[in-house]
Write a new protein. Sequence first.
Length: 351
Amino acid sequence: MNFLDGELFLTAQNFFSYSGIVPYALGVQKTYEYDAAVYPFPSFKENNNPPYGLYSAAFTALDKCGNLWILDQGSRSWSDLKPVFSPGLFRYNLAQKRMTLRYRFPSEFFLSEKGTAPTTLIVDNSFSCDKLKLIVADPITQCLLIFDLESESSWQIQHPTMSHDPEHSTFTSDNYTLSIPSGVYSTAITPPLGKSKTKFLIYSSYAGITTYAVPLSIVYNKNLWTQGYSIWRESKVKNKSQKVKKWFHQKVLEDDYSFINVDNYFQKIGSDPTHLGQYCDIDWERKAQFCAVPSEGAIDYWKLDEPFKNRRPIVKNKSEFLNGAILQIIKNRYGKNEIVLSTSPITVSFF
């Protein structure tokens, strides 16, 4: 789901639920009305030419350079997650009105018998247009996929904090029970925090109640993930007895040892039983995280420099937000931030 100049982009997963099976994976509505016509985007042909075209679009994101990025799952359906084609990324230039990049991740990333379902995508716009980095969350493989535009290469990050919690993998809603052992799902990039001005990736699992953080410098260290789980370097900290502060962005980012243990950088921020299935985004201007919390039918708010326990709902309406799915913070045409929440069946709400 994404919005641009009055248009609403819909992936196959978004609109199958109310429009039936359609012969294209990505569509666009010219207006926000629920029953508005959905047209294939960017064309019918582009949706029927896999693996070079779209096969099962799952998520879209805009970059600062006038491009729409499309995450393609490569699988047939949610009931059959074995990839027909490797999941991939497609870049569509809105000014040129054409695909300018087609990339599918290495097939060896997806050897699990459970299949794969990369679900969400964020674009890190802090780089120049030819050096952007993208972060994809795959809750089924329970990993992150990092794509580096400059080298057109990718790497996979797997860590225990990205797995599902077996105690929270069964969902009960209305008259049915569903078991979803889904890992890392919600991802968001913070603005520079603390004295070190470090940016973090904050994430949580769909079937989990704990929120974690890891410095982006660790996420983007390709050698760390392709050549070994930990690496050697010269120590930069003279006082090895130096104590660290308690809050995640105030901790010492350089180890006190000459040996980097990756596990030291993955930090638990906090847990809450109501946060099951949450999806969050971060407002850089407010330095605050907003989360859709389906179990509560609410949108939560948390200032990044406050204790996690201070997180609180700003909107709560179970009849409207019970099926809250993706929450995004976008800048509207007037330059102001808006919270956009998708639900299932599709409902779009602004705050």
